[in-house]
Write a protein that binds this ligand. Sequence first.
Ligand SMILES: C[S@@+](CC[C@H](N)C(=O)[O-])C[C@H]1O[C@@H](n2cnc3c(N)ncnc32)[C@H](O)[C@@H]1O
Length: 160
Amino acid sequence: MRIGLFAVGRLKSGPEKDLVARYLDRFAKAGPAVGFEFTRVAEVGESRASNAETRKREEAAALLKSLADGGILILLDERGKALDSEAFANLLGSYRDQGKRELTIAIGGADGLDPALYDRADATLCLGKMTWPHQLVRTLIAEQLYRAVTILSGHPYHRV
Ligand SMILES: C[S@@+](CC[C@H](N)C(=O)[O-])C[C@H]1O[C@@H](n2cnc3c(N)ncnc32)[C@H](O)[C@@H]1O
């Protein structure tokens, strides 16, 4: 199953970008052992439209355009469902076992995600109830993707 990220907002050089690269690199290298292939981070700059609804609609259009037909879409949103790392790994594993070929995890910009995306999404997950900046969310989900592979492959990186 091919897995990629979609993110609104560009990540500038700095510690967050380095950490994201480190975990996505580990994920890309370890993923094939459990049937995951890392594709890419599709990054779009925040819309410059003057109102939030238009900005979110434009950002959502870019996301929807980049999605493969029948691809799984997971939204990250602080109001989403909280899963522990094992449950997140098992969710990814279950999509893989159902024969899903593409999975995209989407991170919104400063305005959050457009309401239309919630109808299209297969799951909406949170990384805790607090609101994080998109740079940190990218870092957190990159680490959780790598952790999910270690859980599914029985690697000792993940310990409880
Ligand atoms: C700065 S937040 C936007 C907050 C915005 N006010 C809202 O209502 O969604 C940018 C993005 O980071 C992600 N995000 C922030 N905190 C999160 C959390 N606790 N769990 C999951 N995703 C989160 C979401 O994708 C969000 O759209």
